[in-house]
Design a protein around this ligand. Structure first.
Ligand SMILES: Cc1cc2nc3c(=O)[nH]c(=O)nc-3n(C[C@H](O)[C@H](O)[C@H](O)COP(=O)(O)O)c2cc1C
Length: 354
């Protein structure tokens, strides 16, 4: 049976397969969400978190974050903030957008957010958290509401089960748990047994998150925790095929590892999406191109050469040429054609294309 997110009285959102792209600030922008959606295997994509303050005060940068395409659906918009009235206003704005899910961030461990009592800071004050959930539910008559949180602020103050029960009582459609504490940030390991404890404590769907690194980890997390869906964040950057691969495993099929051609094509596709979105801002565009090419060439023979080379490229056109020539050489090598001698990695501009 497919997983359905639904708060009382709202539309239903079918999450099929039960695989969710984790919200990641600075990463899960429109181009990234579209790219992953087109690759297949993802049941729900999530926007990077959006500030309720920025959203309700007409901040231009925040408005820009809110852009989305129908092709991304099902899509969740995540909001954060510490004030129930503002959060309800932001939720109303999400309701107007008519996306599939509105998510509240109660897990961000960044100091700036914690100090303002937003994100994981709300786990210090569950009364305030409850007030925010209540206010947002009222502001979302047709959109399912979900909440994403951590295990607690510290090991001594674990309260994820309590927060999960509050969510259930307030008509939240599903909860997602990243079972590190806020204090841990990203150190140590995510303790999946906490996901299992939450699943036992509530009847609403529980989405497990944290340290899923391979497609095989997905059925393992489902099996070990009993959770209803798996949310993946960082692993998608090195392996954007992970959802498709995990979906194959869940359907009882073996999965395929991406070929050099597929890796090249994903870089070129992401390039085109960024060019469409950032046409007006070449500097920002070059920054993004360098970042994501770094991710997608992990594990590619001589990938370091390309990563080094693109650091000094002046324009998107030069970038495009560098990527295409790099992959042409690698494909030739793989197919047994003569390969050029390896260029020593001495300078940042070490020109494998020269
Ligand atoms: C760069 C980065 C940005 C993130 N931004 C958000 C965010 O905006 N909202 C949120 O709820 N979690 C955010 N997270 C946390 C992830 O959603 C996820 O919970 C965490 O990375 C653990 O999952 P993973 O091990 O699959 O990466 C972020 C994580 C990273 C690495």
């Amino acid at each position: 049976m497919p997983l359905v997110y639904q708060s009382p009285g709202t539309r239903a959102c079918v999450v099929d397969p039960p695989l969710v792209l984790a919200p990641m600030a600075g990463i899960t922008d429109g181009t990234y969400r579209l790219l992953l959606r087109r690759m297949g295997g993802v049941g729900l994509v999530t926007m990077e978190f959006v500030s309720s303050e920025g959203l309700t005060r007409g901040n231009r940068r925040t408005e820009r974050l809110l852009r989305w395409e129908p092709e991304e659906r099902p899509l969740s918009i995540q909001i954060y903030g510490a004030d129930a009235t503002r959060m309800a206003e932001a939720a109303r704005r999400v309701e107007e957008e008519a996306v599939d899910v509105c998510d509240i961030n109660m897990g961000c461990p960044a100091n700036k957010i914690l100090k303002g009592c937003a994100g994981a800071g709300l786990m210090r004050d569950l009364g305030r958290a409850k007030g925010i959930i209540e206010a947002c539910r009222r502001a979302l008559p047709t959109t399912p509401l979900t909440v994403k949180f951590r295990a607690g602020i510290t090991e001594e103050t674990l309260n994820f089960v309590e927060l999960g029960r509050i969510c259930e009582g307030e008509g939240v459609a599903a909860v997602a748990l990243h079972p590190r504490t806020a204090k841990q940030m990203y150190t140590g390991r995510a303790d999946w047994s906490r996901i299992a404890r939450l699943k036992e404590a509530v009847r609403i769907p529980v989405v497990g998150n944290g340290d899923v690194e391979s497609p095989e980890d997905v059925p393992r997390m489902l099996r070990e925790t009993g959770c209803d869906a798996v949310m993946i964040g960082r692993a998608t950057m090195k392996n954007p095929w992970i959802f498709r691969q995990a979906a194959d495993l869940l359907a009882g099929r073996p999965y395929r590892v991406a070929t050099l051609e597929e890796r090249r094509d994903v870089i070129l596709q992401h390039f085109r999406l960024i060019r469409e979105a950032e046409e007006d801002i070449p500097k920002r565009m070059m920054g993004k191109l360098k970042t994501f090419t770094g991710w997608y060439t992990h594990g590619v023979p001589r990938g370091t050469e390309l990563r080094r080379r693109i650091q000094s490229l002046p324009s998107p056109e030069a970038f495009l040429e560098a990527v295409e020539s790099f992959f042409a050489l690698r494909i030739d090598e793989r197919d047994g054609h003569v390969s050029p001698p390896e260029v020593p990695d001495r300078s940042p501009a070490s020109p494998f294309l020269a």
